[in-house]
Design a protein around this ligand. Structure first.
Ligand code: CMC
Length: 425
């Protein structure tokens, strides 16, 4: 097989190397294209563009595969915890028991946030979206915890972020309800601690349910990384300007907020609730999703990379059913979601467009069962994605060829135009 590609332009032929990834993926290295030929490439949405080489996550959209550092996400969801998976993503290998214990102790030691940060929360307008608040608060952490120069300081910042972002999210929920903030407890695991900070109260102590904590571990493991998606690319691009880690993560949170990306989990529940309100009329939703003159899309369906069933959605669907059974809850939205999936998967439009449920289709129903409010769903996604953002940021920062991200464009605006003074226009 050829290990180069030839491009002929203006009667001259140029060769560009083909590089092969560890799973056989091939790419043309065009890093010298402009220098040699004067040409650039045009690829809106970056469907055909590899922005980096990476050792973190492998996904196959055709085969429905997702692996972190080589380990299938199905195995991690079954056997691992979110803390262990975060360690794996960030450090590249699974921790020993001693390393995991040390990591957990560090997460506990860094879980409190500066009391002054509570004042910020009080001053956001009541209707503020928690994603906007989280993005601002993570950026604000830089002012409270500035040291970011040495390797030790950066490692400390990584642990701080993992621990404090979870505390900030739970705090925002409590403050938005006008309730007393519940502090993290050193005796609780990462996920149990989050649930406790969300739902414990001085009048009604929260009883931690081990199965809910396990389901939350699975939820966060499934979201932990997804290679060069929109928010991760935002973290890498913003980071390439050498901003501090907090600012790069804050940019990732902002990018995740959109309904085509992480915001889809909230949009799915809103869509399912609308169907329930309208007497369960699924066919009219399917009809709208297929109508080219309607911008409506079936939320929780379709993916840029997966052209088959999203492996995360399979696990999410099972976890969701298990939790609802355990809690003896009958959420009518689960039945609507299952019926909607069944209809869509047998409809030619969805078959021809390779549209299958993605991770967000069932995740909202699981979060509802945990009593997480709908407007916090994307915040839950963000906490889960944090280890991936950090791992990807670290990988780019450790790359000796780390360069400022600066794409080109093809300009199609006016050519040189004379300035006309205001009174002569
Ligand atoms: N409902 C109806 N039609 C759809 C959908 C959908 N959910 N998704 C894609 N299509 C159609 C689209 O109309 C287009 O049709 P045609 O070729 O006939 O004009 C075709 O499929 C390709 O669409 P595209 O927008 O070029 O595809 P994309 O790769 O940019 O789309 C997507 C990826 C996720 C933005 C899209 O599938 C979508 O909007 N889905 C709904 C939002 C959603 O669930 N997002 C969460 C993604 S998973 C979480 C994450 O990892 O971010």
């Amino acid at each position: 097989m050829d290990n180069f590609v030839k491009i002929t332009f203006n009667k001259k032929t140029y060769e560009f190397p083909v590089i092969t990834g560890s799973e056989g993926e091939k790419a043309i290295d065009i890093s010298t294209l402009r220098q040699k030929t004067g040409l650039i490439t045009l690829d809106p949405g970056f469907d055909n563009t590899g922005s980096c080489i990476s050792t973190i996550t492998f996904m196959s959209g055709e085969k429905g595969i997702l692996r972190y550092r080589g380990i299938p996400v199905e195995e991690l969801a079954r056997h691992s915890t979110f803390t262990e998976t975060a360690y794996l993503l960030i450090n590249g290998v699974l921790p020993t028991r001693k390393e995991l214990n040390q990591f957990s102790v560090l997460l506990n030691d860094n879980s409190l946030v500066h009391e002054d940060m509570q004042i910020f929360y009080q001053n956001f307008p009541r209707a503020s979206h928690p994603m906007g608040i989280l993005s601002s608060m993570v950026n604000a952490l830089r002012s409270f915890y500035p040291g970011l120069e040495t390797v030790e300081e950066i490692n400390k910042t990584v642990t701080r972020l993992l621990s404090k972002m979870r505390t900030l999210a739970a705090m925002s929920y409590k403050i938005s309800r006008g309730h007393k903030v519940i502090y993290p407890r050193p005796d609780l695991s990462y996920c149990a601690n989050f649930l406790n900070m969300m739902f414990d109260s001085p009048v009604k102590p929260y009883r931690i349910d081990k199965e809910l904590a396990k389901a939350l571990n699975v939820f966060w493991i499934l979201h932990a990384d997804h290679e060069q998606n929109c928010s991760t690319s935002a973290v890498r691009v913003v980071g390439s300007g050498r901003v501090n880690l907090y600012a790069a993560i804050s940019a990732g949170i902002a990018a995740l907020w959109g309904p085509l990306h992480g915001g889809a989990n909230q949009a799915v529940i809103e869509m399912l609730s609308d169907i329930a309100k309208n007497g369960g009329n699924i066919n009219s939703v399917i009809k709208r999703a297929k109508d080219k003159n309607d911008s409506f899309r079936l939320m929780g369906f379709g993916h840029r990379v997966y052209k088959t069933y999203d492996p995360r959605a399979k696990i999410m669907k099972k976890t969701c059913a298990k939790v609802l059974k355990k809690l003896k809850t009958n959420d009518p939205l689960l039945n609507i979601a299952k019926e909607l999936e069944e209809i869509a998967l047998n409809d030619n439009y969805f078959i021809d467009h390779n549209l299958y449920p993605n991770v967000d289709f069932y995740s909202g129903i699981l979060l509802r069962a945990m009593r997480i409010p709908t407007n916090m769903f994307t915040v839950m996604f963000a906490i889960g994605r944090l280890p991936g953002w950090i791992a990807q940021w670290k990988e780019s920062a450790d790359d000796p060829k780390w360069r400022l991200s600066r794409p080109r464009q093809v300009y199609i605006g006016p050519t040189k135009t004379k300035y006309i003074p205001i009174d002569e226009r």
